[in-house]
Design a protein around this ligand. Structure first.
Ligand code: THU
Length: 147
């Protein structure tokens, strides 16, 4: 988990994307990807100014591979929880990598529609709501319980 990043972050202009990308690139060095050789790192800013990181962890079974975002949300929960406001995901070449479908759902749990996903230098970040429209989320459980 990262140190305090900056306080009171609540707008895209406040987010130091270069720093988040740099942290995500650092996380690719802690990836375990002997099968695909695609190292992935993720770094996210929380609403209280922390930076959380994650790296992909592969498995000989292939199907049990953990994506970097999976590692990131696990570390978020283990280090105090909270909400995600911005996330950068990069591959070993340092460039943004599109979160897979499952990871969009994992990120939605902790960031919702407004979580900003890095799209690269000079490109507007994409709200998660645009990447996972009409998402099923925690609110749906309350509304749909039968008993
Ligand atoms: N991967 C991630 O870490 N995050 C994603 O959102 C997409 C894919 C990883 C999983 C696997 O270790 C490697 O990239 C190749 O699929």
């Amino acid at each position: 988990m990262g140190e305090v990043y900056c306080e009171g972050v609540n707008a895209p202009a406040d987010i130091a994307w270069d720093e988040l990308r740099s942290r995500a690139r650092g996380a690719t060095r802690r990836s375990y990807a002997p099968y695909s050789h695609v190292r992935v790192g993720a770094a996210a800013l929380t609403s209280d100014g922390r930076v959380i990181e994650g790296s992909n962890v592969e498995n000989a079974s292939f199907g049990l591979t953990l994506c970097a975002e999976c590692s990131l949300v696990s570390d978020l929960a283990r280090h105090g929880g909270g909400r995600l406001v911005a996330v950068a995901v990069v591959a070993g070449d340092g460039e943004p990598l599109a979160p897979c479908g499952r990871c969009r759902q994992l990120l939605f749990e902790f960031g919702g529609n407004s979580l900003l996903v890095d799209a690269g230098v000079g490109v507007a970040p994409i709200p998660l709501g645009d990447l996972l429209p009409g998402a099923f989320g925690p609110g749906d459980l309350d509304e749909r319980r039968s008993e």
